[in-house]
Ligand binder design. Structure first.
Ligand code: SF4
Length: 321
C-alpha cells in the first residue's frame, strides 16, 4: 500500500509541476490528500489562496461549492474537482428559487449566505461569509435584519453574538449534528484537563459546553497557541490528522467518531492523479451567475482585508509542499 501510494504521489507531483497546477485541500480531507496538497485550510483560507494563486490549474480537494468558489474567483483558471459527486448536503438545502421567494417575504433584510451554498444562491445574496468570519461580516453590515442561509446552527450561534435580527433558513450539516451534548459531557469526565473546541455548525446544546467555538482554521491556530495538552475536538474528524501532525506533543480527542463527512472522503490519491491526467471533472460557473456571485464573495473578502489591516494574525499557514 505504501509503495502504491509512493508511486501515486510521485506521478501526481510530476504532473502537477508539468501542468502548473496547485492542489488545495480542505481540513476534512483524508490524511493522504492533505499530505500531498500545496495548501490545507478552511473555506476562507482556501478561497483566499484560490484568489491569489498564479497556477493555471487548481485541483480542489473538497466539495462542490468550494470548487465553484474557486471558479467564481478565478474564471481564467481550470478548476478540477477530482470527484464530481463530492457535494455538500447542507449547501443543497437551499436553492436559488426558494431563496428568491423568501426574499419577497423579507424585502428589507440583507441576505447573507454561508459559503457552503451553490453559486446560484451566492448570486442571490448580498454578501457571503464563512464560519471564520461570520460574526464580523454580519456586524459590519448596516442592515438590522439578516436573512441567513442555509445553516440554522451557525445562524443561531451568530445571533448570540450580535444584536441583529436573524431570520434563519432551516438547513444543517448532517455530519456536525451527529455530535451530541452527551459526547462532550462523557469526554469531559474522561479528560478533565482537556479544552473543548467545537465548530459553530454544531447544535446549540453542544456549543454551550465548549471552551471555544471556532472554524477549522481557528482550531488549528488555537491548538498551536494553547498550553493545554489535551483537546476535545468537535468537528469532522479529518482535522485530527492535521492537528496531530502540527502538534505532535498534544493529544486530540474527536468529540464523536460518528462525525465523518462521506462527501469529503470521496477524494483520494488515485482520483487526484486521474483528474490531472484527464483534466477533468472541471467545475465552471456560468458567467452571468459568476459575476453576481463574485460580488457577494468579494464583499466578504474585502471585509476580511479591512479586518486584517487592523489586526495581523501571527500563526503561519500550514504548508506541506
Ligand atoms: S461537513 Fe457538513 S458542511 Fe462540510 S461538506 Fe460535509 S456536509 Fe457539508
Amino acid at each position: 500500500m505504501e509503495d502504491r501510494n509512493a508511486e501515486l504521489i510521485e506521478k501526481i507531483l510530476n504532473l502537477k509541476h508539468r501542468r502548473n497546477a496547485v492542489i488545495l485541500a480542505h481540513n476534512y480531507q483524508l490524511g493522504e490528500v492533505q499530505d500531498i496538497a500545496n495548501f490545507v485550510g478552511d473555506s476562507l483560507e482556501l478561497s483566499q489562496k484560490a484568489a491569489k494563486t498564479e497556477a493555471e490549474i487548481i485541483v480542489f480537494c473538497g466539495v462542490h461549492f468550494m470548487a465553484e468558489t474557486a471558479s467564481i474567483l478565478c474564471p481564467d483558471k481550470t478548476v478540477l474537482l477530482p470527484d464530481i459527486n463530492a457535494g455538500c448536503p447542507m449547501a443543497n438545502m437551499v436553492i436559488a428559487g426558494k431563496l428568491k421567494r423568501k426574499k419577497l417575504e423579507f424585502p428589507s433584510a440583507t441576505v447573507v449566505c454561508y459559503i457552503n451554498s451553490s453559486a446560484e444562491v451566492k448570486a442571490e445574496s448580498d454578501v457571503c461569509c464563512t464560519s471564520a468570519n461570520a460574526v464580523k461580516v454580519i456586524e459590519s453590515l448596516d442592515g438590522k435584519e439578516i436573512l441567513f442561509v442555509p445553516d440554522q446552527y451557525l445562524g443561531h450561534y451568530i445571533s448570540t453574538k450580535t444584536n441583529k435580527k436573524m431570520i434563519l433558513w432551516p438547513g444543517f450539516c448532517p455530519t456536525h449534528v451527529r455530535i451530541q451534548p452527551q459526547d462532550i459531557t462523557r469526554l469531559k469526565l474522561e479528560y478533565p484537563q482537556a479544552k473543548v473546541v467545537v465548530h459553530p455548525e454544531c447544535r446549540p446544546e453542544v456549543i454551550v459546553l465548549a471552551d471555544e467555538v471556532l472554524s477549522t482554521g481557528g482550531m488549528c491556530r488555537f491548538a498551536h497557541q494553547i498550553e493545554a495538552e489535551e483537546i476535545i475536538v468537535g468537528t469532522e474528524i479529518g482535522i485530527i490528522h492535521r492537528l496531530g501532525r502540527e502538534n505532535p506533543s498534544k493529544r486530540f480527542i474527536p468529540a464523536s467518531e460518528q462525525a465523518v463527512c462521506p462527501n469529503m472522503k470521496l477524494i483520494n490519491l488515485e482520483k487526484i492523479l486521474w483528474s490531472l491526467e484527464e483534466m477533468s471533472p472541471e467545475v465552471k460557473v456560468p458567467e452571468e451567475i459568476r459575476v453576481r456571485a463574485k460580488a457577494a464573495v468579494d464583499r466578504m473578502l474585502e471585509i476580511g482585508r479591512a479586518d486584517e489591516r487592523s489586526k495581523q494574525i501571527g500563526y503561519p499557514n500550514y504548508r506541506c509542499r
